[in-house]
Design a protein around this ligand. Structure first.
Ligand SMILES: [Zn+2]
Length: 176
């Protein structure tokens, strides 16, 4: 079901999410709602790659990623390793309605430990776009938003300016 996305200023977005313990129908419903809401947003706004459960008012550690070559949930994800190499990303968020972008510094690669829908633990290294995307989504599970990474007012631009500077009609530029 397509859910309403909570926006910046909503205190729920600042809460810490709980671990998933039961791999039951309730979890399947959360994953389906995340997927439906993400796909709807992607269609309406022509942007977006991932969503975290707190954004649809569910304080549980679940993320859903939908890229054109890969679509999957990450349950109880945890970053267990970070590269020393970092990079700059203009980051936005469904919870900002993608109205603006903020400059953030992210790790170039991370290793994430997470469970899949069948309660199996997996460990996977993600690099570049997947790395910064998952850092953004995992932040949501800890009540952290991209604006928390803002260092000064030059590091925030409106979507229009971002499109002018960076958008090349490539889905790889969809920094949310
Ligand atoms: Zn976000």
């Amino acid at each position: 079901m397509i859910k309403e996305i909570l926006l910046l200023g909503n205190p729920i977005l600042r809460e810490k999410s709980e671990r998933i313990v039961k791999f039951d129908v309730e979890l399947i419903n959360i994953i389906n709602d995340l997927k439906d809401t993400l796909i709807d947003f992607q269609h309406r706004k022509k942007i977006g790659r991932g969503i975290a459960a707190p954004q649809i008012d569910i304080l549980k550690k679940v993320i859903f990623v939908n890229l054109f070559d890969r679509s999957f949930p990450l349950i109880n994800p945890e970053i267990v390793w970070k590269s020393s190499e970092i990079f700059e990303v203009w980051d936005s968020c469904f919870s900002f309605d993608v109205a603006f972008f903020v400059k953030t510094i992210r790790y170039k690669s991370i290793k994430v430990k997470y469970q899949n829908i069948t309660d199996e633990w997996l460990e996977e290294i993600f690099t570049d776009e997947m790395s910064e995307l998952l850092q953004h989504e995992i932040d949501h599970l800890h009540g952290i938003l991209a604006t928390d990474h803002l260092k000064n007012n030059k590091d925030i631009i409106l979507r229009e300016e971002w499109e002018k500077r960076y958008n090349t009609n490539s889905s790889s530029k969809c920094r949310i």
